[in-house]
Design a protein around this ligand. Structure first.
Ligand code: NDP
Length: 315
């Protein structure tokens, strides 16, 4: 068994292995800082999984880093599991989105393609022909496509899998009801569902449903996003002392113990190089964290389109 979290994998319903630890690639920093962080994640911490999206604007940088490391024989590109996502402004033409992602990533296919959100924005291009990610009217209201339906996007993603450009297809920000609908309508169970999940938002109903259906859950914003507020939860600090590891290690291991893919982000080279220790967390401690979150639910990512899909713990 691996001693660091980067070596642990779980099987998708396609039969492919996905590393349970993936590097989050939203970036708040300059391009050089981002590239150095990604190189440290791959070369020093041994990350074998990168989570990206057209929306993050970091795919070209990821492509540059993968190209550089593979040309200098430091990695083989196909050793790294790559996930990208289709943003709601591409709800009706996900192939355009995937082609842009593949071009930027300098890849011919991705390991996992996700529908980023089950919402559909209007398709509006700017004067340079680039798709506007979040189109708005003059009153700053988001423009949705009144003919949009997330089920159509899912069906189109399944076709992209058939074309070989995506080895597996999944969704993100789906509720149980939405999963039930796409499975009923297509008969195809998505490989995974990526949602906000951490000890403040354990998503137990979704977890039980996905476990039963063999859908891998992926935890985004595990530390509570910018500023990492979850690292200050007293129960987490207590468990960190008990296991002699960091608070970040506790959150990563909480997910790993539940076979949930976890996607932390960092730009801090020293932290990245350390990686995350793999511990054998007792079931009673995992249960205590579940219990903590159930009693104190808190959502940190509050993009306004989440309102439209009935997300709970919104305020
Ligand atoms: P995280 O929950 O990973 O938190 C990132 C923050 O934690 C940064 O400010 C980072 O600062 C800080 N941090 C990391 N490690 C430590 C540490 N050991 N001690 C103190 N602070 C620390 O944030 P994200 O919201 O970015 O979520 C992670 C990933 O999930 C994203 O990058 C993206 O890939 C995915 N995601 C997907 C979404 C979806 O809709 N599907 C939505 C949101 C995210 P520093 O850089 O200084 O280390």
């Amino acid at each position: 068994m691996s001693t660091t979290a980067s070596g642990v994998t779980v099987k998708l319903n396609t039969g492919a292995e996905i590393p349970l630890l993936g590097f989050g690639t939203v970036s708040e920093h300059d391009t050089e800082t981002f590239k150095l962080a990604l190189k440290a994640a791959i070369l020093d911490a041994g990350y074998k999984h990168i989570d990206t999206a057209w929306y993050y604007n970091t795919e070209e940088l990821i492509g540059d880093v993968l190209e550089e490391l593979s040309l200098s024989n430091k990695i083989k590109k196909d050793e790294i599991f790559i996930t990208t996502k289709v943003w709601p402004c591409f709800w009706n033409d996900p192939e355009t989105s995937l082609n842009l992602s593949l071009k930027n990533l300098k890849l011919e296919k991705v390991d996992l393609l996700l529908q980023h959100w089950p919402v559909c924005f209007a398709k509006i291009d700017d004067s340079n022909g680039n798709r506007i990610p979040v189109p708005k009217d003059s009153n700053n209201n988001i423009l949705y496509d009144k003919d949009g339906d997330y089920l159509i996007t899912y069906k189109k993603l399944l076709k992209l899998k058939d074309s070989g450009k995506a080895k597996a297809v999944g969704v993100s920000n789906y509720t149980v009801q939405m999963l039930e609908r796409i499975i009923k309508e297509t008969g195809v169970i998505p490989a995974c569902n990526q949602v906000e999940l951490h000890p403040h938002l354990p998503q137990l109903e979704l977890y039980n449903y996905c476990s039963e259906k063999g859908i891998i859950l992926e935890a985004y914003s595990p530390f509570g996003s910018s500023g990492a507020p979850n690292l200050k939860i007293p129960l987490i600090i207590e468990l960190a002392k008990k296991y002699n590891v960091s608070s970040a290690d506790i959150i990563v291991n909480y997910c790993i113990a539940k076979k949930i893919v976890v996607l932390p982000r960092s730009s801090n080279i020293e932290r990245i190089k350390k990686g995350y220790a793999l511990i054998n967390m007792e079931k009673s401690d995992v249960d205590a964290l579940d219990n903590y979150g159930s009693k104190n639910p808190k959502r940190y990512i509050k993009d306004s389109w989440g309102d439209n899909i009935g997300f709970d713990h919104w305020n």
